[in-house]
Design a binder for this molecule. Structure first.
Ligand code: ACO
Length: 403
């Protein structure tokens, strides 16, 4: 139900739309969603077609620049991504300051913001200058976010950093930097590399979700691209947003450990004692097309790898039970992209604490495109929502000695 009311505030009438469920905060040419019909298109292209025929970097280019790249444009873009894999040596010392159990999302957010300090000409907070350098900054960010993510993981497991290998594909290079040993390079199989590429592609943009709106909000004040996307990482971290992919696995593991087939958990969710993570979406009220694609990819990847996962069986049972239950039907709650993404990532060997980091790598093109859209607005206004004040009415100050 839409709860959009016009309430009287002290300063006049203000439209109250809690959580912005029915508020269009901007005009955008990037992504189209029809939540009732389960449609997702980037720049007019159906997500199903992109998932089947395109790669992550090609989709990133499309989302950022608005058109599928020509062969030359694509090579130039990929070349920029490849040339920017290494991190300034000064940045390596940042890792010494973090405690070993620091969450990689905290590291990623801090270091993405710090990255701007090493490229002051790309992060000047002067819109015109930052836009002028955007073609340099965007592939640089797409490249370095991956290296920083891998370094955060290596730090956590107490292993030396691994330098990127330019011969590898984008997803393979990430896995190489995470998992290679000094005398044994990890080169992901075609199946694994393709599955990770698909995961990144399916997360590349999703309209005005919590993190993208955050990026736009920060950018609307004129902040540079690195500061803006770093705020996006922080917004993504929470379990109701990007952190849901971790939460789904934790939930499935707990159900498995309890010897539950999922039915007890479903009942607990209906009594509001638990939340069925990976279910429900603010916009999709029928199905999430990304979840459909990932659900199929999960089965395919597990089959190709000759693996079985009891968690996938529990997930399938939960999905079936929820789809037949009036609690979920009435509230239009269906699996979202996170429901299967965790199982896919787990199957290809990604540790759970890196799931949301991988989501951030995937979502970066969307954040960059939205930053560019805001920065290019000729008459753009700073985003500044109002509120309905519910605190005390005016009162007189009481001196400390008489309180
Ligand atoms: N399990 C059980 N009940 C749920 C769930 C769920 N996952 N999601 C919503 N509900 C119930 C609510 O309790 C509420 O019930 P009520 O009408 O009896 O009070 C009703 O459905 C509406 O829920 P809201 O929380 O108002 O829905 P909202 O649109 O605000 O939230 C959200 C959407 C955050 C995705 C929610 O469905 C949720 O918490 N899902 C689980 C977390 C998750 O998977 N997040 C990932 C989202 S996709 C992404 O970020 C990539």
């Amino acid at each position: 139900a839409i709860d959009t009311r016009t309430l009287r505030a002290e300063t006049g009438y203000i439209t109250f739309d809690e959580g912005y469920g029915n508020t269009g905060s901007c005009k955008s040419e990037i992504t189209f969603i029809d939540g009732e019909k389960g449609i997702l298109r980037h720049r007019g292209y159906r997500i199903e077609d992109l998932a089947e025929k395109a790669r992550f970097l090609e989709t990133a280019y499309l989302i950022i620049y608005g058109e599928l790249p020509s062969g030359d444009d694509y090579e130039a873009f990929r070349g920029r991504v490849h040339r920017n894999t290494a991190i300034h040596v000064g940045m390596e010392s940042h890792f010494d300051g973090f405690p070993l159990d620091a969450h990689p999302m905290a590291i990623l957010s801090s270091l993405l913001n710090s990255l701007g300090c090493y490229y002051p000409n790309l992060a000047s907070n002067d819109r015109e200058q930052d836009l002028e350098h955007f073609d340099e900054a965007a592939p640089l960010a797409i490249s370095k976010v991956r290296t920083l993510a891998a370094m955060a993981y290596r730090m956590k497991v107490g292993k030396p950093f691994v330098y990127p290998d330019h011969k590898l594909l984008y997803s393979q290079n990430l896995l190489h930097m995470m998992f290679s040993e000094p005398y044994e390079q990890y080169v992901a199989s075609e199946t694994v590399a393709h599955a990770l590429d698909l995961f990144l592609l399916l997360h590349a943009d999703h309209e005005q979700n919590c993190s993208t709106s955050t990026v736009r909000m920060v950018a609307s004040g004129g902040a540079n691209l690195f500061a803006s996307v770093s705020a996006g990482v922080s917004a993504l971290w929470g379990p109701l947003h990007g952190g849901a992919n971790m939460a789904v696995i934790r939930m499935l593991e707990a159900i498995h450990k309890d010897g539950d087939d999922g039915s007890r958990f479903i009942e607990a969710a209906k009594r509001k004692e638990a939340r069925l993570m990976g279910f429900g979406h603010r916009v999709y009220r029928n199905f999430d097309p990304r979840a459909k694609i990932l659900g199929k990819a999960c089965t395919r990847v597990l089959d190709e790898m000759g693996k079985s996962d009891p968690l996938l069986d529990i997930a399938r049972r939960l999905e079936q039970a929820a789809l037949e239950d009036s609690y979920f039907i009435d509230r239009k709650l269906y699996p979202n992209v996170d429901f299967y993404s965790g199982i896919l990532l787990k199957a290809i060997g990604i540790p759970v604490e890196m799931f949301t980091v991988l989501f951030a790598i995937g979502r970066l093109p969307g954040w960059l495109a939205n930053w560019r859209e805001i920065a290019s607005e000729k008459d753009g206004r700073i985003h500044r929502p109002r509120q309905i004040y519910t605190g005390p009415a005016e009162r007189d100050y009481i001196p400390l000695r008489t309180r």
